[in-house]
Design a protein around this ligand. Sequence first.
Ligand code: ATP
Ligand code: MG
Length: 351
Amino acid sequence: KPLVFSGVQPTGNLHLGNYLGAIKKFVALQDTSDCIYCVVDLHSLTAQLVHDDLRDQTRSITAAFLASGIDPKKHIVFNQSRVMQHAELAWIFNCVARIGWMNRMTQFKDKAGKDRENASLGLLAYPSLMAADILVYRATHVPVGDDQKQHLELTRDIAQKFNNDFSDRIAGLGVGVEMKVGEETVNGYFPLTEPIIGGPAARIMSLRDGSKKMSKSDPSDLSRINLTDDADTISKKIRKAKTDPEALPGELDGLAGRPEAENLVGIYAGLAEISKEAVLKEFGGQQFSVFKPALADLAVEKLAPVAIEMRRISDDRAFVDAVLRDGGERAGALAEATMKTVRDIIGLLQS
Ligand code: ATP
Ligand code: MG
């Protein structure tokens, strides 16, 4: 059975990009896989160390997971900082990965901005902690938005270098599994994890700027539709979304060079669970004055029930905390089993 891991940072309001690009996929994978879904609170310290309400943000993301249909009994839901093995493995991966690899990450470049020397060391090492999150469970699949593709490639690079650097010890301890790397069959401890990316909503863009992805940490609230926005706010944000003056085309080619139009079509497709082609079949030739209200109605219809359920669950703090505690205990046992082996492979003295 595939083992799925993914995480969401408690950095602000969950938006449509998180929901369509990640959380909806988390929900869908539950039938076929064992899933571990994590609120990655340690990651949220990389960009901003001091948060006013980190605990409530953590609870709110948890509530969104549960409201969307993630089952914390069949699967595991917890917050990252409860399982210290993530940080332990991240340290080891810091010593496996190269500085040059981290410097090439586009998320680091975007988030560090111009004053890169002054970014936190944690922001640079972010992908190393992310690799540890995944590999401490030896997860085989990770559902993410398109923006995380590069970090997943780096996760594979780290796994491969670890397997390679310690190949003799892994073989000596008999803890490896056979895996294909290109043409070669090698014996490795960490799997080469596959990303699950795709569909019409793998990269939802900002409503204000078709060249920037929709983000929790974007200062402009008009740039995103939050899961918790009410119907009026959703309609207003879609009405104000940047577009061009042309009507929608009938074919996909007609969206080339029109990022804002393509984005709204992608959002519609993601919400309706149809292809972009199907959306254009329905709305081709129509003006945005027709398409935008239809999109707003659809967004309200799909998001309102999640928001209501999320609020209901959030109100019961004791319940949310108990879910995270229980998930943390189960995750911790799995992570410790991996770390025992990793410490043996490296040769750390434990006795
Ligand atoms: P931040 O700006 O703080 O990084 P974020 O919106 O990028 O916040 P994350 O917690 O970093 O949210 O990401 C959670 C998941 O949502 C990841 O799988 C990520 O790939 C996905 N995701 C984030 N933004 C988008 C987007 N605009 N479109 C599709 N998926 C997205
Ligand atoms: Mg992000």
